[in-house]
Design a protein around this ligand. Structure first.
Ligand SMILES: Nc1ncnc2c1ncn2[C@@H]1O[C@H](COP(=O)(O)OP(=O)(O)OP(=O)(O)O)[C@@H](O)[C@H]1O
Ligand SMILES: [Mg+2]
Length: 286
């Protein structure tokens, strides 16, 4: 999966281009398995970091690099840091929620999100495991460890050419790796109470994502300039650049093969098929 979907993006990121990879699909279809994996079979997030450091060895010859990572989740429409959780518990501490801002130069950014400098892929693996331990997961009838939040792992690669002193241009490439919460139907998960509220929020942001994909699809199909409803959810505000802006974007569609998943599978493929036609516009960030 990594070789086919993500590997080709890495050189671009190290050259100062933005990329996003996100896994989309029904609950239990394998999004977390694909993006995060576990200690024995690490997923795309870890594979990516390993590759980043391999490619970096070549690039470092005449450039100076700084690699940082951040890890956040969107839970019930609130953004939380998964790395820096000092003094904050998830459910009921609004002080720990981070604010999303739009900066004309940097694009979408999260105020106060911790960015950790890393030097090896091994460091990342423990960071990922630590971060994922802080993530909100619950058991539902459809998946015993169902992600109740959208998780965004971001790699920020800054570089400048060596030997140009203080006048050297600084290039910044960002790679966002996203494990979405699963789309689900309340009838299938038998959720009640808090689980149901979470489910409603998850579905709300996925619906907003679907609406943006539909609108972008229509625009690129008919050459229109329809309004894109990015502001309908935190998820779509965060993904604004990835979907319709300055970004190379890969969508991984996770589907279940069983005939009982027919409807979800059909839906996922329908969105994936529409997303294929969306055109983004990639520029180097200098
Ligand atoms: N390709 C695969 N090979 C082996 N096990 C898999 C594979 N895909 C998924 N699984 C297993 O199936 C279970 C459900 O997968 P996972 O938690 O990744 O689903 P999900 O799409 O993230 O669901 P949710 O939206 O509820 O978070 C997990 O135990 C996972 O390890
Ligand atoms: Mg999951």
């Amino acid at each position: 999966m990594f070789n086919l979907t993500t590997q080709f993006l890495i050189e671009g990121v190290l050259n100062g281009f933005n990329s996003t990879v996100f896994a989309y699909g029904a609950t239990g279809a394998g999004k977390t398995h694909t993006m995060l994996g576990n200690k024995d079979t690490p997923g795309i997030m870890y594979q990516t970091m390993k590759e980043v450091f391999t490619v970096l060895d070549d690039f470092k010859v005449d450039r100076q690099y700084e690699i940082k990572v951040s890890f956040l989740e969107i839970y019930n429409e609130n953004i939380r840091d998964l790395i820096d959780t000092s003094g904050a518990t998830p459910q009921d501490s609004p002080e720990s929620y981070l604010e999303l801002r739009e900066d004309p130069a940097q694009g979408v950014c999260i105020a106060g999100l911790k960015e950790v400098e890393v030097c090896s892929a091994e460091e990342i693996l423990s960071l990922l495991i630590h971060g994922n331990g802080n993530r909100t997961t619950e058991s539902t009838d459809a998946n015993i460890a169902s992600s109740r939040s959208h998780a965004v792992f971001q790699i920020i690669a800054k570089h400048r050419d060596k030997g140009q002193g203080i006048h050297a241009e600084v290039n910044v490439g960002k790679l966002s790796l996203i494990d979405l919460a699963g789309s689900e139907r309340a009838s299938k998960t038998n959720n009640r109470g808090l689980r149901m509220i979470e489910g409603a929020n998850i579905n709300r942001s996925l619906l907003a994502l679907g609406n943006c994909i539909n609108a972008l699809h229509e625009n690129s199909l008919k050459g229109k300039e329809n309004y894109i409803p990015y502001r309908d959810s935190k998820l779509t505000r965060l993904l604004k650049d990835s979907l319709g802006g300055n970004c190379r974007t890969v969508m991984i569609a996770n589907i279940g093969g069983a005939h009982s998943s027919f409807e979800e599978t059909h839906n996922t493929l329908k969105y994936a098929n529409r997303a294929k036609n969306i055109k983004t516009n990639v520029q180097k960030n200098t």
